[in-house]
Ligand binder design. Sequence first.
Ligand SMILES: Nc1ncnc2c1ncn2[C@@H]1O[C@H](COP(=O)(O)OP(=O)(O)OP(=O)(O)O)[C@@H](O)[C@H]1O
Length: 834
Amino acid sequence: MYSLILQERSRISKLLCNLILTRSMGGGPRTFPGGVNKWKWKRMHEKRAREKENRLLEQEKEIYEARIRSQIREKLAGKPVASYDTNPSSASHNPMSPQEHIKSLANRFMKEGAEDLWNEDDGPLKSPPSGLNESRGLVRPSGRAGSIGSPINMRKLISEGRSLASGQDNVSLTNTSSNFVKPRNYSVQIRRRFQRNESSSNEDDSDSGSGGDSVKSFGRNIVSTRGNMSNRNVNDYIKNAKVPGLKQRKYWRNENSSDSDSDYELSQPSANDSRRPMFSLGGEEVSEEDEDLRKRGRDVKKMGSSASLGKYDVKATKRRVLRKLHDEEIVLSEQVELIRHELSKRKLVENEELKGEEETIITQRRFDECGISPLTIKALSSAGYFYMTRVQEASLSVCLEGSDALVKAKTGTGKSAAFLLPAIESVLKATSNTAVQRVPPIFVLILCPTRELASQIAAEARVLLKYHDGIGVQTLVGGTRFKVDQKRLESDPCQILVATPGRLLDHIENKSALSVRLMGLKMLVLDEADHLLDLGFRKDVEKIVDCLPRKRQSLLFSATIPKEVRRVSQLVLKREHTFVDTVGLGCVETHAKVKQRYLVAPHEFHFQIVHHILKEHILQAPNYKVIVFCTSGMVTSLMYMLLREMKMNVREIHSRKPQIYRTRISDEFKDSKQLILVSSDVSARGMNYPDVTLVIQAGIPSDREQYIHRLGRTGREGKEGEGILLIAPWEEYFLDEIKDLPIEKSPVPDINPHTKLKVENSISKIDTNIKEAAYHAWLGYYNSIREIGRDKTTLAELASQFSQSIGLQRPPALFRKTALKMGLKDIPGIRIRK
Ligand SMILES: Nc1ncnc2c1ncn2[C@@H]1O[C@H](COP(=O)(O)OP(=O)(O)OP(=O)(O)O)[C@@H](O)[C@H]1O
């Protein structure tokens, strides 16, 4: 379904681009008639288009009214009502039944939100309760409004239509509507268009017979010129919508003539086409001249509809010459506007759908329905996985087929299992096809950015492999001795390897046995793909990919996939890969259940504010579990020491800590409650710490993506969560990067003097070396952020303020080499070591 949406969306955007391109490639004049500029010209025509729509609407109403009157006349003259003949030639001259009118009107006007189509002449917005019966009278000769000259109260008629459509009168509507004669002369394409319309809406019309549908379609076809084409093929739309009347004529002409010039002329309509003029009212001839339109509308009102006049309807039978479009720009801007309108409408609908679906991440689809090994299903059941999550449902079939895929799904929605399940299948398939070897080839390689994440993925793989004897999974990450890795891989061979790029590359470049084992690779997975294809990792990843067999399946997963990454993903993926996006283009990439706030306060107050927030949160959530993200390893360390000094239950994790310590802390935090983890970005991506209640980001993240991933440590598996971003006033520019996310400003809390003093005391107790290291790390981090790092003088000033805020007398000195590298040599405020 997602791929269908994607295809459709890309098709629409292509069409839009084509239109814009066609326009721009033509060069086009810079000024337009009357000396107006392009935008003024465009706005003018947009206004015209809107006016045209309103006119058409008015005219449509008038025609309906006229038909109702003719119906009443017929009735008064004693002719049978709605005795339709299925023969189009005769039936088309008969009046429509009042119920048909109501239904047709209802199609257009009675839908929720259609009130904006109404105008003052349509009667009061809310019909009085007694009005229903009266409005019935409108369409029945016995009623008060049956008198021909009385104005028709459209609102009453519509509210009547509502009750009819839902009430017992449905039956009669069905009966009569089924006799409606379809306009036969329309090509299959047009009919298809109607059919699409039929299925697109009015689900509430349970009474729709085939003829009734035609009536509905008829109404909707006209509506569609307003851009109401929710389920309609936009290609058709563009072809058809250019000038609807013109298009219809073209079809007739194609059937009867080869003269291209006469494309712009109406063919002589046959008797079968007698309803056609109504369609063409939605077309060009009605749109061309406003006054003419109005007049014609009034004429119809005066004379009765063409349906009642039958063969005497001169208007319907007269050969009308169409005026050529005097300015194609009108059409073009209308088209573009319509497509835009359609796109934004779809986006809204999708957003609404996704919002609804977001509440539950688990789908109705069971794992045993997707053709994976029964032993894996058994393992899934033991782990408590019975139904797929949305990303699993959307991507499993694609991945199991063997296609390359780029998969985007929100944080904590089960992406790991989504790639592990096809990975296991791939191993099963490969082992059954390959002769037993002493050292088995590595069939699946999973790359991820951090050591903890590699361990987590390997652990999840082991859970899924519980009943698969003989299939092993190993990790290859930094922080361990190279030789130890080699021995482990030899003594405990595996078919699935989870690695961080740096360490894997070490092994490949050292020509260890691993390189040979990788020659049998069937599947490559990049978890946190956007990060791995980021500048920091890209070179390593490229080198690794160069050493892998070309004939393999590649899967890229992440919660964020920026456009640049989509482009560079071609480094890994085949050109004909599938993009599975369960978030949706332009949709919010964070979870609705995660409340996001931001606070702006000078840096010197950040420690106090973090302490205050934590205290408040602990009071509110007794089972608290908080992650505080800091900008770098050493700042993390400083924050940890401060909070520890202030007697909070806190742990730290960052790259400066030995791996064994990191693993212990990570495991402890996974299983614990009432604990605060102060972390650098090593925990930002992929880490699945269950039930995190709050994520605090102290200082701006490196980019928007990192913000989303850090925040994604809370609110996993559809649970609730909270995120707070704490920034200094000069970091506020970052808010622009996340302006599409539902983040709200929070007031800076009042810190009581007692807490202030406590924090200052605690800071003073922290070792100066840690503070100095924190200053260097702080400077390094912000220097690497383009927006801040380019103004070195300001950066140095801000760094000085930071050093003061952590109790340093003056900014610590930098090594000359470091200062040079950072472009900070000779910058005022930056001290260089002698
Ligand atoms: N089908 C399922 N049924 C129940 N729970 C599931 C299912 N699939 C995954 N989970 C659970 O969902 C949680 C999140 O899964 P996972 O860590 O794979 O998320 P993710 O999408 O990779 O997140 P991130 O973007 O942060 O990496 C895990 O606790 C996992 O056990």
